[in-house]
Design a protein around this ligand. Structure first.
Ligand code: ARG
Length: 459
């Protein structure tokens, strides 16, 4: 039974019903709808709509319904109700008869759904913050266990300067930290209660909206009823936070896919997170990471989709707003599973230390050091850069790294080059010279690790 039959002479067509019903997806809001309804029953009891006894009966029936749903004993999916709100009310009516028909006094599905969705979003934000936190802890452990390993750092995907593998891990921790703080910010803004806004203009009943908001764990009531029923900024904010985080995850995946390639061979991914080929027996493919990279697309799609849906909507509630849910549910689920999967991949990584070192030595990554060495001897940096470039050109011709050139060969380019140049060209030396906050040197990297270990707790 629809909640609005009185004014209609004919029933909905099957095609309309299937098109219009949201229960197939908004059933995910059932616990929040029950929670919101309990809050509302208290509010209208205080406003004199329900007796205390009626409210208590209603609350008990709603709690029983919640337990039944949690135990998987309800028929919610096969009920054929229009939406989750209709289903909860119908179930309550079966239990309580006419008393249940008082619950919707002064309430609209417009303020109800906005409240349900905020409650759901708030819970999911907390779960996502936990998942981001776990991912950071797993990365931190990987960094801690691999502080000695050095690999090439890239710009333009050309070997640029060597870096500690741990430094690379810490870069992603920074990104996941920002993702988490975006959610924390969004949570503050979403934690306002729309209930009591009615359909659009506010309710006529004497509801204490502050108390109602507080009883549902909100920081306070939304203060404009038109905005309260039509605002979906909180959904957009989650979708944007998800998009930014998926972008980080996809970059992370791409780096690891490259590190794991036959060409780089810096790391080996565990069998448990890779798959084989049905045709080529030798293959071990990084599917988990490719899926993380790939899933980014649909998350961006959900953000873009909702932005376009909301654009130009007239005030206040319009059925277009029902389109907010599927993209949100899908996004939150995919983002969460990508974070869990990323953690599983992190735990499976083995570093191929010798190969990393070799690659870091190749590619003339110490050319900047040679220039800096000359700067220390009084040569202006531009000139030093030029000299070092000429040494690289010569070394490439000889097919040797710079540090394998003899002193007399090096001296052809500058008489200032002495025996003391060789330690300067050593890999560890040039990495650890980046001894500044934020640098890849041993000290700043281990300081940041210690700081994170302190802030993030133990894994
Ligand atoms: N299923 C609807 C939604 O998700 C609930 C609100 C319905 N409101 C209405 N005026 N038809 O937006």
């Amino acid at each position: 039974m629809a909640l609005w039959g009185g004014r209609f002479k004919t029933a909905s067509s099957d095609i309309f019903k299937e098109f219009n019903d949201s229960l197939p997806f908004d059933h995910l809001l059932v616990q929040q709808d029950i929670q919101g309804s309990i809050g509302w029953s208290k509010a209208i009891q205080q406003a004199g709509v329900l007796t205390l006894e009626e409210q208590q009966q209603m609350e008990q029936a709603l709690l029983d319904l919640s337990a039944k749903v949690a135990a998987g004993e309800s028929d919610i999916l096969t009920s054929g109700a229009e939406d989750v709100h209709s289903w909860v009310e119908a179930e309550l009516t079966t239990q309580l008869g006419d008393i249940a028909r008082k619950l919707h006094t002064g309430r609209s599905r417009n303020d109800q759904v906005a409240t349900d969705l905020r409650l759901w979003s708030r819970e999911q934000v907390d779960i996502l913050i936990d998942a981001l936190n776990s991912c950071q802890q797993q990365l931190l452990t990987l960094a801690e266990n691999n502080q000695e390993h050095i690999l090439p750092g890239y710009t333009h995907l050309q070997r640029a300067q060597p870096i500690r593998f741990a430094h690379w891990c810490l870069a992603y921790i920074e990104m996941f930290k920002r993702d988490s703080s975006r959610l924390t910010d969004a949570r503050k803004r979403m934690n306002q209660c729309p209930l009591g806004s009615g359909a659009l203009a506010g309710t006529t009943y004497d509801i204490d909206r502050y108390e109602l908001a507080q009883s549902l764990g909100f920081d306070g009531p939304c203060v404009n009823s038109l905005d309260a029923v039509s605002d979906r900024d909180f959904v957009l904010e989650i979708l944007f936070a998800a998009s930014a985080s998926m972008m980080h995850l996809s970059r992370f995946a791409e780096d690891l896919i490259f590190f794991n390639s036959g060409e780089a061979n810096f790391i080996t991914l565990g069998d448990q997170v890779t798959s084989g080929s049905s045709l080529m027996p030798q293959k071990k493919n990084p599917d988990a990471l490719e899926l993380i990279r790939g899933k980014c697309g649909r998350v961006y799609g959900a953000l873009q989709g909702l932005l376009v849906t909301l654009k130009g909507l007239p005030m206040a509630y319009n059925k277009d707003l029902q389109e907010d849910k599927e993209g949100l549910f899908e996004t939150v689920g995919q983002w969460h599973s990508c974070l869990v999967m990323a953690g599983e991949v992190i735990n499976s990584i083995e570093i191929n230390s010798a190969r990393c070192q070799k690659a870091a030595r190749e590619g003339y990554a110490n050319a900047t050091e040679l220039a800096d060495y000359l700067v220390d001897k009084g040569v202006p940096f531009r000139t030093a850069h030029e000299i070092s470039g000429q040494v690289v050109l010569y070394a490439i011709k000889q097919q040797e790294p710079i540090e394998s050139l003899r002193l007399d060969e090096l001296k052809q380019f500058s008489p200032l080059i002495e025996q003391d140049v060789y330690p300067v060209l050593e890999l560890e030396y040039l990495v650890d010279k980046r001894n500044i906050l934020g640098g890849t040197g041993k000290q700043p990297v281990s300081n940041i690790i210690a700081q994170y270990r302190h802030n993030l707790g133990t894994s």
